[in-house]
Design a protein around this ligand. Sequence first.
Ligand SMILES: [Fe+2]
Length: 304
Amino acid sequence: MSVDFRYRKLGYLVLNVSDLERSTHFATDVFGLDLAGEAGDGARFFRAGPAHHDLILQQADSPAFARSAWELETEADLDKAFAHYERIGLSPQWVGDNECANLRLERAFRIVEPVLRTTWEYYSRMSYTSVPRTNRLTKFQGGKHYGLTVTDCKKVTDYMVENMGFLVSDYLEGWFASLLRAYPTSNHHSFAPLQLPGAKPGFHHLAFMVEEIDDIGKLFNRIKRYDVKVQFGIGRHPTSGSIHLYIYDPDYFVWEYTLGMEQFPEVGAREPRRMSAAPENFDLWDAVPDREHAHLFPPILQAA
Ligand SMILES: [Fe+2]
């Protein structure tokens, strides 16, 4: 293992959106999240479970992926992670007390990884919400992941494996895509760098795991009422075995429901598989992703 700290899960993502009202409607009425309040600066929190938030949407001039935040197992892991990133020269910065309070976090720090120059936040304790969710549209399982389009998947993968505590679960031959898990979390993947044809660095999708096939079937029908377009699915990934449905929001962020992901043991997990890139092996149910709108995927914010 390349690091001495332990991940618990992908905690939350922060997305810049061009119309916060419109995106709030999408996140709640279409996707089924609960609005969990507003920060001092007007950014909105959304949750899929008892954690204070799983997603932050903030108003901006144009849509972009702002950062990911990762929950570690303990406060001791947070200190170990800080020391690790200091050791490898990434100059981790503690988040100020006011901002931590705003984010309902005990403590947190941020780094900028050097390959894509995206911002990563680490914390171990977020406020727990006792009041049940009120949105009844979907039963969320709690797991999440996201994917970015990148120009060099192998380079991103190697850096994350060597320096950030990730393991490869599967990859596509030629290294055009890899599916990475944040050790020791059991989900097949928490992050996926995807090297699409002609890709520039951009945001590919955010995914929430759901409890049952009804959740996906109901979303499939619900989006017709809201004139929401499908990006990919309903299908089944040959890698993780999960059933999926990817849809576009008004900013061309892609949001996914995913069901039934392969689980990995902490010790003795199988080796990564080199998956065939042949079109007939792309999806077990022959689903074909929409490529027509790929140029509209929002960019990622890259630190200077
Ligand atoms: Fe996904």
